[in-house]
Design a protein around this ligand. Structure first.
Ligand SMILES: NC(=O)c1ccc[n+]([C@@H]2O[C@H](COP(=O)([O-])OP(=O)(O)OC[C@H]3O[C@@H](n4cnc5c(N)ncnc54)[C@H](O)[C@@H]3O)[C@@H](O)[C@H]2O)c1
Length: 358
């Protein structure tokens, strides 16, 4: 058996704490990895995480120090998006394989430059964290669609709505690169192709006023055209005050598949497939129980906890087997290309047509 992969987590805020917990559990439950270091500019925060996990491992105040220390083979980077490129490059050039939280860099130009650098010099060093690819309900729905149960698919609807604004101090490049990147990657994965045209609509309607996080919109829609035979609609907002809402609907000529239905029961995810009108029973109905953690974590962990852990497990397995990652820099570029195109054709209040003039 090979030696455990020596793993670090850098950035121990909302998401980094979750990755550290899962890395620790994977280390405790198997021999595939070992959590050997943490890094955060906020040393107090990193120490708190270390104590909560019962660890006694080095804590670094920068990724440069972590790289110099040569204590590990791989790192999960969960620092703010505007640090992603610099932090990933620092560790990759020091020889680490890296699981980088989404989005790749937050801008299309930087995504393309960084992906080209990686493709040239370190093509298999980076896995991009798109946890939906590891989510059981979504994987099951993808299999159902591929089995032909709903016939030819012509529309995908994908919604992601937070119940709160982004926290004070959170650094976002805008609601579309920050949130809809999940939906767009999901759609490209489900459709297995990229759209040819895109537009966006957005508003600042409610929760932007409740946070110091600066974002273009707190509510937005994307409309994507895939040639003439498939469309996709994305709905993202930070205004779903009743709770985290994640729903996807696949529309086909012979029926529909629904993944998730908001009922204020975040730990149950229902996947249903219906045939054409008139059928008495759903074709398929399966409930997936999400993991209940024994202490409060951000709301997205209620829905995707198991997927986040499976993503880290896959990262470790790929590092151990020295095999390519299932997602990489090019997936980040592809999703950002769609979002950036839509942002060139964004309709807001100022561009909308005045009612009554025509
Ligand atoms: N996949 C998902 O569902 C998901 C959910 C939330 C956040 N994210 C992504 O995770 C990343 C972090 O988001 P978050 O919500 O955890 O942010 P956060 O602000 O809660 O945490 C960021 C952490 O990074 C630390 N940090 C900041 N600058 C640093 C530096 N130069 N060196 C080392 N540490 C530094 C901060 O002290 C903080 O602890 C973002 O890129 C975000 O897009 C992904």
């Amino acid at each position: 058996m090979s030696e455990p992969l020596k793993l670090a987590v850098a950035g121990l805020g909302r998401m980094g704490t979750v990755h550290a917990l899962h890395a620790h559990e994977l280390a405790r439950d198997g021999r595939e990895c070992e959590l050997v270091a943490l890094a955060d500019t906020d040393l107090e925060r990193a120490r708190r995480v270390s104590v909560e996990l019962g660890l006694n491992i080095p804590i670094f105040s920068s990724l440069e120090e972590l790289a110099k220390a040569s204590v590990c083979d791989a790192t999960i980077i969960v620092t703010p998006t505007d640090n992603h490129r610099n932090h990933a490059a620092t560790l990759i050039t020091a020889g680490h394989r890296v699981l980088l939280e989404k989005p790749l860099t937050g801008s299309l130009e930087a995504d393309r430059e960084f992906a080209a650098e990686l493709d040239r010099s370190y093509p298999q060093s980076l896995m991009l964290a798109f946890q939906r690819r590891f989510d059981e309900p979504l994987r099951y729905a993808k299999q159902l669609a591929e089995s032909g149960i709903i016939g030819r698919m012509f529309k995908i609807y994908s919604a992601l709505e937070d119940s709160n604004p982004a926290p004070n101090g959170y650094r976002s490049g805008g609601i579309l690169p920050d949130m809809s990147v999940h939906n767009v990657d999901e759609i490209l994965w489900l459709a297995d192709r990229s759209p040819s045209k895109a537009l966006a609509i957005g508003s600042r309607i409610y929760s932007h006023a409740l946070t110091t996080c600066e974002e273009d919109f707190d509510d937005a829609l994307l409309y994507l055209w895939f040639d003439n035979d498939l469309v996709a609609q994305v709905q993202v907002s930070r205004n779903h005050v009743s709770g985290y809402r994640v729903e996807t609907i696949l529309f086909g000529e012979e029926g529909q598949i629904h993944i998730g239905r908001f009922e204020q029961r975040p730990l149950e995810v229902l996947v249903e497939a219906y045939g054409r009108r008139g059928r008495a029973e759903p074709l398929v109905r399966q409930t997936f129980a999400m993991r209940k953690y024994d202490h409060p974590l951000p709301e997205f962990v209620d829905r995707f906890g198991a997927a986040y852990k499976a993503e880290v497990a896959e990262f470790v397995a790929c590092c151990q087997a020295k095999r390519p990652f299932p997602t990489n820099q090019q997936d980040g570029v592809r999703a950002q290309e769609v979002i950036s195109a839509a942002m060139q054709a964004t309709v807001g209040l100022d561009q909308a047509a005045r009612v009554g003039l025509y």
